[in-house]
Write a protein that binds this ligand. Structure first.
Ligand code: ATP
Ligand code: MG
Length: 466
């Protein structure tokens, strides 16, 4: 927060509605502009680098705005084989794609009862998205060869264009392509991808026989496989070494595939990430807020590790300019609930950071996300953690504004809420002095906490007069 950034989100809407297609791209095409959406269907048992590279290269080659991975519920072609439970395949996809902002994963096939047919999926997508969203169904050459045999192949052809990726071991001759195009009315684009002779079958076989799958899929996926003992993974096998060790360069997962978001490894990894996201001074400020918040948590009996992480991450979205942060709010789907802040875009980075972090790291506790969300605005009914992050933002050591020292001196000497009220008074005073606008909701926060202080004062008086 800068000292200019006070406001409050009045009447903040409750939980966001559940996404229909996927979290990141439900609103694609809403502004009427043409959008190209890639669909990567498959069993993903498990997802591997062949899938990811194929999707990424299709995105690049065909200018796709997004690619959605859609793990099959009950794949029509794999009914005979025991397929890993859909939730686990979904989770592995989610872990694999989360680092790429152009990717997301959809539950539509796993939530649809019965055998999965691509035609039903495309129909659902067509119904959801407006006409300016074009669908590109990405498949490996192996799948294209059999597409004429798929249920309702004519319907598939009418709803999406195909991107056929070359895949080692599966040839797709020009002749076959023409036959498919002509007899099925398909529009097929060929995509020369890096030939990765990787398959899920091979990964499963490797795990079963105790061989390494490291580098054949994302480390998070490997950790998940190991953590859940999928494909016959034995914990005592030699390859258990493949599982990431918790350390600053790793992705902070325990051997069970769970992320300890309050642990040192996660903290260090986010610290590194933040360093590249914001300018040096902002980074130093964030470290200051982190340390100060941790110290205040100790003093006021709150969870130190939660506070230090919230402090570190509070300015996660600070590098955007006004236009950028508005666009970010739209992309994250939080613009509507933040409508009153669109004219004061410097208030948006708290809420957008919370939404973005929740999307990227679903394991983060909601109490931490709330503290980040409210740090630009404050709110009625803040939790101790919210108060700590708000105050730490103002008093951390790299801030050298006159008057901050008096606030620093109050830490531990007055109640947390009183410290917050003093800090708010300081911030509002600053805004007034500099002839800055004050968001009307700020007045509500101010009145709320002043009234509470008066109540406390009154009850103290009563106690004192006894
Ligand atoms: P399995 O071995 O179990 O059949 P798979 O590796 O073929 O698994 P699927 O989930 O069947 O993976 O594939 C999903 C989609 O990804 C298909 O369109 C498939 O052609 C494509 N695909 C899979 N592996 C590759 C790869 N290495 N390169 C390019 N495309 C791939
Ligand atoms: Mg396959």
């Amino acid at each position: 927060m800068g000292l200019t950034q006070v406001g409050i989100e009045a009447g903040r809407a409750g939980a966001c509605p559940a996404p229909v297609i996927c979290e990141r791209f439900d609103d694609l095409g809403a502004d009427g502009r043409p959008v190209r959406l890639g669909i990567m269907g498959g069993t993903f048992d498990p997802i591997h680098i062949g899938h990811l590279a194929c999707a990424e290269q299709a995105r690049e080659a065909f200018g796709l705005d997004a690619v959605v991975f859609i793990p099959a519920g009950k794949p029509a072609f794999k009914l005979k084989r025991d397929v890993t439970p859909a939730e686990q395949r979904f989770e592995m996809c989610r872990l694999a794609v989360r680092g790429n902002p152009a990717f997301d994963v959809s539950r539509i096939e796993i939530d649809r009862p019965g055998v999965t047919y691509t035609a039903d999926t495309l129909r659902q997508l067509r119904e959801h998205y407006p006409g300016n969203v074009s669908l590109f169904f990405i498949t490996g050459a192996d799948a294209v060869c059999s597409i004429l045999k798929w249920r309702e192949s004519a319907a598939i052809a009418s709803m999406a264009e195909l991107i056929a990726a070359t895949r080692p071991g599966y040839a797709l001759s020009e002749e076959t392509r023409l036959t498919i195009e002509q007899s099925g009315n398909f529009r097929i684009h060929m995509l020369e991808t890096t030939g990765l002779a990787v398959s899920s079958s091979d990964l499963r076989a490797r795990v079963r026989s105790g061989r390494s799958i490291r580098y054949l899929t994302m480390q998070q996926v490997l950790d998940y496989i190991a953590g859940h003992g999928l494909y016959g993974w034995k914990q005592d096998r030699k390859a258990v070494r493949e599982v990431s060790e918790v350390g600053p360069d790793q992705d902070n997962r325990s051997e069970l595939g769970e992320v300890d978001v309050l642990g040192d490894a996660f903290y260090q990894a986010r610290r590194e990430q933040l360093k590249h996201r914001v300018k040096h001074k902002r980074f130093e400020h964030s470290l200051g807020v982190s340390e100060t918040a941790a110290r205040m948590a100790r003093v006021y009996g709150q969870d130190e590790r939660l506070a230090r992480l919230a402090g570190l991450l509070h300015d996660w979205d600070k590098a955007y300019d006004d236009e950028g942060i508005r666009a970010r709010a739209v992309e994250l789907g939080v613009a509507e609930q933040l409508a009153s802040y669109m004219d004061m875009p410097h208030l948006l980075h708290g809420p957008t950071a919370a939404a973005a972090l929740a999307r990227e790291f679903p394991e983060l506790p909601s109490s931490l996300l709330q503290a980040i969300r409210l740090h630009t605005t404050g709110a009625v009914g803040m939790s101790p953690l919210d108060l700590i992050v708000y105050v730490a933002d103002v008093i951390e050591p790299t801030r050298d504004c006159p008057g901050v020292d008096q606030l620093r001196d109050l830490v531990g000497k007055v109640e947390l809420e009183e410290l917050f009220l003093e800090t708010l008074a300081y911030v509002i005073g600053n805004l007034i002095e500099r002839r800055k606008l004050i968001h009307s909701d700020t007045v509500t926060v101010w009145n709320h906490y002043v009234a509470r202080a008066q109540e406390r004062g009154a009850s103290n008086d009563v106690k004192g007069s006894k």
